[in-house]
Write a protein that binds this ligand. Structure first.
Ligand code: LMR
Length: 329
């Protein structure tokens, strides 16, 4: 009896060990293209911290910044292939998967990041998170970066005519391409990791980005003027592979959702602070001139870029554009 009891105990222990060995943590790779000291870089680290705290031993989140694992060109494909589980591309990088997100690239659509936030929280904004499920992509949330400014290697950057004939690096977006064509400039789609060198070597004359990216990528060192245009937005959708996500155990999925919500709040608050801080740092560095614009200057840029709206209204949908405009106060 006693011997049988011991044997049974041994079997139970062996099974428990076996289960423990089988239940290794789910490894979640989160890849992105920006530096760690940016809103997205910090958001990804916060997600790791909260997810591992809420799901101890169940998940291990590995964060890969600065295009170390996958750059712009490959990260979406890698997600669909299951080589990475979380990415957060800018909303300008989804042209191949949906035309709806082109909305966010329409020049001068949103007054500021608060308006972007209001739209993203509206029913129409939330619905866009599910707009690519048929392509295998599930959106989990929006993360802010900030409003875009325009920069060039020229001394004069105040009015639309100042960029005529110049070459600009753009994200892979047809709307952004049309925006620069409307200015009689030459847009060139290029991965984020290649921009610094392209600016430095004169492959392109200019680019558009947030203060945070201009600072962390040192674009201000290789540009002469940054005009405070605030003509558009760079924000992100955090996405995952829909099949992988739906196949997770329910407790893991809900823990990850909670971690995503906390990371979103954290990152979005930080975005405003970091962009302000980085603008000051750029000014202090004294390398590129920061060009303020008058109301009249801004109106001229707005007018020059206006034709872009009509061109994309059909693909995006007038109702969606109207919903976005309502978010401006
Ligand atoms: C860019 O390509 O300029 C940005 O989208 C990079 C980023 O992720 O902020």
């Amino acid at each position: 009896m006693k011997r049988f009891g011991l044997a049974a105990l041994g079997a139970v222990l062996a099974m428990a060990w076996g289960t423990a060995a089988l239940a290794a943590p789910i490894v979640i790779k989160f890849s992105h293209v920006v530096a760690e000291a940016t809103p997205k870089g910090q958001g990804a680290l916060k997600f790791k911290e909260v997810a591992e705290k809420l799901l101890p031993g169940k998940v291990e989140v590995q964060v890969f910044p600065s295009s170390q694992l996958f750059g712009d060109a490959k990260e979406l494909e890698a997600l669909l292939l299951g080589d990475v589980q979380f990415i957060a591309p800018s909303l300008s990088k989804f042209d191949r998967y949906t035309k709806k997100l082109q909305l966010f690239d329409l020049p001068f659509l949103f007054d500021d990041i608060a308006a972007v936030d209001r739209f993203q929280h509206s029913p129409q904004g939330k619905a866009l998170l599910d707009s690519m499920t048929s392509k295998g992509i599930q959106g989990l949330g929006y993360w802010h970066n900030g409003m875009k400014e325009l920069s060039t290697d020229k001394d004069q950057l105040k009015r639309p005519e100042d960029v005529k004939g110049l070459k600009f690096r753009i994200q892979p977006s047809d709307v952004l391409e049309a925006q620069f064509r409307a200015l009689d400039a030459n847009p060139q789609k290029m991965a984020f990791s290649e921009v610094y060198q392209a600016l430095q070597t004169g492959v392109v004359d200019g680019q558009e980005n947030t203060w945070s990216n201009i600072y962390s990528q040192k674009f201000y060192e290789v540009q002469k003027t940054i005009a405070v245009t605030n003509h558009g937005v760079i924000d992100y959708m955090v996405i995952t592979n829909a099949a992988w996500w739906n196949g997770l155990p329910a407790d893991v999925r809900s823990g990850l959702r909670q971690a995503m919500d906390e990371a979103t709040k954290y990152s979005n608050q930080l975005a405003v602070e970091l962009n302000e801080k980085d603008r000051k740092r750029i000014a202090e560095a004294g390398k590129a001139k920061i060009q303020e614009l008058s109301k009249d200057d801004v109106a001229a840029w707005r007018k020059a870029m206006e034709p872009v709206w009509k061109k994309f209204e059909g693909d995006i949908g007038k109702d969606l554009i109207d919903a976005a405009l309502k978010a401006n106060k």
